[in-house]
Write a protein that binds this ligand. Structure first.
Ligand SMILES: Nc1ncnc2c1ncn2[C@@H]1O[C@H](COP(=O)(O)OP(=O)(O)OP(=O)(O)O)[C@@H](O)[C@H]1O
Length: 268
């Protein structure tokens, strides 16, 4: 018996309705990610990476829709679920990390209150237990201080610390899938490396989708890479194969324009 991948996307088409009719933004995309594996979804700006991530997480804005295809998470087809059916699964099944943790965190709430709310909602824990769980999650991400910065407001942390807190939030309910959308783009190179190492560690126990425009970042930690252009998947393969023998000239262009690759791989 072969095990099913944790995430399977089959022939996904995401469309926007225009006066001239439906227009596909993502067109017939298929991918699969096993637990313990990181897939890098790489492509230039506007290629459809974020829309794909939103569709997988069940977070597509109402202005666009899944026009065709299937999204199967943990054996459950999720693209047809209503918001009421799907919402309780978000946060429990999928953790999401975005580029800019400052705008993702509410500035007038402490980091801890946000983690505690999430863990109480999804795991039904009491206040004390939830706080203890949040401290463990922040400590796992090496946030400083006796209580791992739980009572800090987002602006009190550095960019890298905020991103670690965002990863702690994404992982606190132990989701089977972690989606990281340009998680290191806003960070300086040293902090980038630390965050990539954290993501690599987190992926050991779950499927991980890393979205980046930078093939060097994907090459540093991904097991496989999928290359997207204009909403279509050009090629998918093991990282080493994509780097050493790209099938598509566009992939070659991405490789040539990724100066960070060698240095990132050497340092990790
Ligand atoms: N809500 C929306 N309504 C209409 N079009 C959209 C919407 N969101 C995104 N698009 C369009 O869909 C295409 C893919 O966008 P997407 O954000 O997925 O690209 P991306 O590869 O993540 O790019 P970037 O790296 O710049 O974020 C773009 O042409 C974008 O303008």
């Amino acid at each position: 018996m072969t095990l099913q991948p944790f995430l399977e996307v089959r022939d996904l088409t995401i469309a926007v309705d225009t006066p001239a009719g439906p227009h596909s933004l993502v067109d017939g995309l298929s991918l699969a990610i096993d637990s313990g594996e990181i897939l890098g979804l790489v492509g230039e700006s506007g290629s459809g990476k974020t829309l794909t991530a939103f569709a997988v997480a069940g977070l597509l804005p109402s202005s666009v829709r899944v026009a065709a295809g299937e999204i199967i998470r943990a054996g459950v087809r999720v693209d047809r679920l209503s918001e009421a059916q799907g919402r309780p699964m978000q946060g429990r099944d999928v953790g999401v990390v975005f580029q800019d943790p400052l705008s993702s965190f509410n500035p007038v709430r402490t980091i801890g209150s946000i983690l505690i709310e999430s863990v109480r909602r999804h795991q039904g824990l009491g206040a004390d237990e939830a706080r203890a769980r949040a401290i463990v999650a922040l400590r796992d991400m090496r946030l400083p201080g006796e209580n791992a910065s739980i009572d800090c407001y987002p602006h009190m942390l550095s960019g890298g610390q905020r991103q670690r807190a965002m990863i702690a939030l994404a992982l606190i309910n132990q989701p089977g899938l972690l989606i990281a959308d340009e998680p290191t783009t806003a960070l300086d190179p040293t902090v980038q490396l630390q965050i990539l190492a954290v993501l690599k560690r987190a992926s050991a126990e779950r499927a991980c989708l890393l979205i980046t425009h930078d093939l060097g970042v994907a090459a540093a930690i991904c097991d496989r890479i999928a290359v997207l252009k204009d909403g279509r998947l050009l090629e998918t393969g093991p990282t080493e194969r994509i780097l050493s023998a790209p099938e598509h000239p566009f992939t070659r262009e991405l490789i040539d324009s990724a100066p960070s690759r060698r240095s990132l791989m050497e340092k990790l």
